[in-house]
Design a protein around this ligand. Structure first.
Ligand code: URA
Length: 293
């Protein structure tokens, strides 16, 4: 997409700690999936679960952590990268610029990027796993707005519907009922998500409820902080992207995430379990040695 990259002598993927002068084709040429989520711990757990799934030896397990900086935790298990993205649009945007360039420099073929995370639900049971089929910004528009050279730039945010449906199908016979639905992205967890329990609040409970009910009427079932930029960068660069999030609370009923550590752990496992089921199916389809080992 970016013609300027051809003229660079090298390209430092600074936040990942890799550059084009590394042998990226050898290191990453086999990558089929990039799984990304907010925290380093979550992505380590994904990598460890994949290492078990693929029956890696103890020696192989020692080599899955390929992080070179402490900005983003970075793991590779066979054809799957597991990488943290931090919190919010600015952080995941940096990660995606560098990951998508890395995938290109490594000559990967049709990689898919999947975000797994947590979210606030809108009129849905806590613990519900949502696979986004449409994304909205906090103006309730299905677009990504970013500021470039002092001007607002508006970009489309179509997610790949086939991938979303395939992931959904993998979850239909799981214990938790997955849901395909609209997801809203905000720039903040508190005021940006119509919470009244931040350090300040300048709207009434009536205004809060009017807004949340409007989301529901539009088919928005969950709220998180990264989906629009993921959808827009994937669409612009022709990479398939998907988002799987578990809802921690119902925002129709409150603002505080008041769940026990046990429940939180249980909920967090759900997107991971669905993801692994989907990856298992996809890797078997392409008869990847990891999928059948
Ligand atoms: N993540 C969010 O962005 N919002 C929530 O309410 C919960 C998790």
């Amino acid at each position: 997409m970016n013609p300027n990259l051809k003229d660079l002598e090298n390209d430092f993927l600074y936040h990942l700690g890799y550059s084009r002068s590394d042998d990226l084709v050898t290191l990453f040429g086999d990558v089929k999936f990039v799984v990304t989520g907010g925290s380093g711990g979550r992505m380590r757990k994904v990598a460890e679960a994949l290492a078990e799934e693929f029956h890696l030896t103890e020696e192989e397990k020692k080599r899955i952590d390929i992080s070179r900086t402490d900005r983003f935790s970075f793991y590779k298990v066979g054809p799957v990268l597991s990488v943290s993205h931090g919190m919010g649009v600015p952080s995941i945007s940096i990660l995606l610029h560098e990951i998508i360039k890395l995938l290109k420099y490594a000559n990967t073929v049709d990689p898919i990027i999947i975000r797994i995370g947590t979210c606030g639900g809108v009129g849905i049971e806590p613990g519900t796993v949502v696979i986004s089929n449409k994304v909205y910004n906090a103006y309730l528009k299905s677009e990504h707005v970013t500021v470039i050279l002092g001007k607002s730039v508006v970009r489309p945010v179509e997610l790949d519907q086939g991938t979303a449906k395939e992931i959904f199908q993998c979850g239909v016979d799981s214990g938790f009922k997955p849901l395909l639905g609209g997801t809203m992205c905000t720039d903040d967890f508190y005021e940006g998500q119509a919470r009244m329990d931040g350090c300040i609040c300048e709207f009434s409970q009536q205004e809060q409820m009017d807004y949340i009910k409007k989301l529901q009427q539009m088919g928005i079932v969950n709220i998180e902080m990264e989906c629009t930029v993921l959808a827009s960068l994937c669409q612009k660069t022709g990479v398939k992207g998907a988002i799987i999030c578990v809802s921690l609370l119902d925002r129709m009923k409150g603002d505080q995430v008041a769940i026990s550590t046990e429940t939180y752990k249980n909920y967090q496992e759900r997107p991971r379990a669905l993801l692994i089921k989907y990856l298992r199916k996809k890797l078997q389809e392409i008869q990847h040695p990891f999928g059948s080992r």
